[in-house]
Design a protein around this ligand. Sequence first.
Ligand code: GDP
Ligand code: MN
Length: 373
Amino acid sequence: MEYQSRQLLIQYGVPVPEADVADSPEAASAIQARLGGMVVVKAQVLAGGRGKAGGVRIARTPEEAATVAGRILGLEIGGQRVRKVLVTRAVKSVKEYYLSVLVDRNAKGVEAVFSDKGGITIEEAAAGHPGRIRHVGLDPFLGPDGTSFLAGIGADELGPEIAQSLLEITRSLFRLCVEKDCSLIELNPLSLVEGGKLVALDAKIVVDDNGLPMHPELLAFRNPDEYGSDEIEAREAGLSYVGLDGNIGCMVNGAGLSMATMDLIKHYGAAPANFLDIGGSSNPEKVVKAFSILLGKPGVKAILINIFGGITRCDDVANGILKAKSMIEIGVPIVIRLIGTNDVKAKEILQGAGIEAYNDLGEAIKRVVAYVA
Ligand code: GDP
Ligand code: MN
């Protein structure tokens, strides 16, 4: 969340306004009293567009701060209940810029994106002012090199002081991005305040989950409210899982195959209840756990299992499924598609137990979609 992203910005020397986080109107009021003068009270949720949703408001007195915080704490923004607000010292902004540093997959490197049309989303800027967005590739070891970086963002129109500050801030963001394994750091707006200083008024940071084991300090930022109980249970079981809104529970081996399976479910007119990669294992315990997570999710009406047997043997998986079935009550139809190593044997095992098994993925998906239609 923004209040956590700010801590990283501070650590890397990026200027941010003074602020503190509160979870009640009283706490917000106390922060205003301490900061004095005009403050901005901001909803802390993992969603953009908080300003437009009424989640960013001005307050001038402790009473006002309490009232405004109370109102924001009752909101739901982007499907998330607001449980915390950030109270920041209000800053007089002369101009709003956009600056981000992100992993650019096409360039296989890190790039900076700058626009002098900040304050609106970069998508809006791209639609309305495509010529005002500058992309600059950064050296993966050294980060932004002064001359070519400044030329790339069109700094000659900004004046030397702003240009120098942008270079320094981008160097900090680059170090943060590389050292903490981020995929995106976005300052929008990065505001020019009276006196010529740049201050980050909003901060969004996305970190690569695969880097988290190396950064316990980032793991501590994890907020249990962000996750459904299904997601927490899956993570504890070591399953790669993402909860979604549909009603077909999916159990697939391999992330790519999982994505393709979800796409095909959509293609045939239904919606997946989740992404789940059970990995290359046919370990019945994992299968049982996966079943229990899918069945515990409200609204799941059928389960689709899609296995491509390479090193994984389909007959092992089939036995795992039967074992799981004997251990837990599965009250919804199951459709299985298996292909690859020992698939003929696997089909025999499953059909012997009265479970429909297919080789063809399209057929299997049409079948499971018919169950939920
Ligand atoms: P978002 O709507 O979720 O991107 O939330 P932001 O943190 O970007 O806040 C929304 C808008 O409020 C920003 O784009 C700024 O224009 C404005 N804003 C927030 N804090 C301040 C401040 O201290 N001073 C000024 N002038 N504007 C602010
Ligand atoms: Mn913003």
